[in-house]
Design a binder for this molecule. Structure first.
Ligand code: DP6
Length: 419
């Protein structure tokens, strides 16, 4: 540390990390503490312009304890998962020196210095949109940069994994595989990039945030109960997923949308079947989720080749992946036909993210929604107004980045407290 007795410096790093959506699901652990899964999984990273976590981490000799704020509210870091991640990162810290500011931190100092961490999601945390994945990945990535950790993204993914399993896949952009690994210490349970975000850039992703009153079972306890009680999960992990992983890797490598869709939908449906096979059964999808599935299934069947894949995590929200902008526009027309906004909602807050898809669908105002024709493949013209809270239009996106623009820092550079 600096030689002068009274040290006031605050050193900060700000980073931004995306969320991800699994197309072959992780569900079930073989080790609860290290967070080691019972099968490989594959995900698509979502564009951080629309869904991401920004985290600023700071270190200063004037900090008296480790503290963290999420969306401006202080929360405790005492949870075991935060503690394991902090321990892992600190043990990999290396010497740091900034001659200009006269700051010198040795490997040993990092164990004694306290941290301030402020995190912010650019999407509603409570909406059930994998905020923990982006959050934990950003926590690890930003701290690793601050502490001059030299390990690559895959090594960092093994640390993020110990914060939340799905977080390990948010260390990369594009298409990512979490290899379950064999080692007892978890060192080979890491994420690797299968292809970057430019590899298949026709894809458009539309998320339906479904209104729900129900408090859902957390992924952590849900998967624990499935591991304890579901025979279908054993069969899935041993027999089904290994084959699907190979096929999914091929589908991604060759941009085979028909195969990608078949595998994505089947895997989401099997994951929810495992939830039903759990004792007591877990229901994550609701009537709205089921209506979205039948809308997509009927449309796909009426076309020569599938236009949209759907997948659902531990909640009712639908994530739909369209083969290109044209099919995304057609999908949005269908979704808005069935799920028009309530009269008090304006279009701008009903469709978030990449609004150009709306223009592509010929929708410029709310009147255009009311005028949408019944999709030709559907006989049922019933509407479910208000059953979707809003939609987000996005695409596959890049991995974590450091943000050097200090005006974007979430912590005051002098006090190290939230701005
Ligand atoms: C359904 O990563 O949230 O989203 O490891 O206990 O923190 P923990 O669980 P978490 O589980 C995610 C489950 C899922 C599927 C997936 O993302 O692969």
């Amino acid at each position: 540390m600096g030689e002068n007795g009274f040290e006031k410096w605050v050193l900060t790093v700000t980073a931004q990390t995306p969320t991800n959506i699994a197309v072959i699901k992780y569900w079930g652990k073989r080790d609860e503490t290290l967070i080691l899964p019972i099968n490989d999984s594959i995900s698509v990273t979502l564009d951080p312009n629309h869904l991401c976590t920004t985290t600023t981490v700071a270190v200063s000799p004037s900090f008296e304890q480790d503290r963290m704020w999420l969306n401006g509210k202080e929360l405790s870091l005492s949870q075991g998962r935060y503690q394991s991640v902090l321990r892992e990162i600190r043990s990999r810290a290396t010497d740091f020196e900034d001659k200009e500011k006269n700051i010198k931190i040795t490997k040993k100092d990092w164990g004694k210095l306290h941290l301030h961490i402020a995190s912010y999601n650019n999407f509603p945390t409570a909406a059930g949109l994998a905020s923990s994945a982006a959050g934990l990945a950003c926590f690890v990535f930003a701290l690793a940069k601050l502490m001059n950790v030299k390990e690559d993204e895959s090594k960092l993914s093994a640390i993020a994994r110990q914060g939340s399993g799905s977080a390990c896949r948010s260390l990369f952009g594009g298409f990512v595989k979490w290899i379950m690994g064999k080692d007892e210490d978890g060192s080979d349970s890491v994420a690797v990039q299968l292809a970057d975000e430019k590899h298949w850039d026709d894809l458009v992703i539309i998320i339906a945030v479904v209104s729900s009153r129900q408090k859902e079972t957390s992924s952590t306890s849900g998967m624990r109960e499935s591991v304890e009680t579901s025979l279908l999960l054993q069969h899935r992990a041993k027999e089904v997923v290994p084959e699907r992983i190979k096929q999914m890797e091929e589908a991604i490598a060759s941009r085979d949308f028909a195969s990608f869709t078949q595998l994505t939908c089947a895997d989401s449906n099997q994951f929810h079947a495992v939830c039903l096979d759990t004792c007591p059964p877990i229901f994550y999808m609701n009537d709205t989720s089921h209506r979205i599935i039948s809308c997509v299934e009927k449309w796909n069947r009426s076309e020569e080749t599938p236009q949209v894949a759907y997948t659902f995590d531990a909640g009712p929200n639908a994530v739909m992946i369209a083969r290109d902008r044209k099919s995304a526009a057609q999908l949005l027309q269908r979704l808005l036909f069935y799920f028009p906004p309530n009269s008090d909602i304006d279009l701008n807050s009903y469709i978030l993210g990449d609004k150009s898809i709306l223009q592509g669908a010929g929708i410029h105002g709310k009147n255009d929604i009311e005028a949408l024709p019944t999709p030709p493949e559907m006989k049922d013209a019933q509407k479910y107004r208000g059953d979707v809270s809003y939609f987000i239009c996005t695409r596959p996106g890049r991995g974590p980045v450091v943000i050097s623009d200090v005006s974007q820092s979430l912590l005051n550079p002098e006090t190290g407290l939230p701005k």
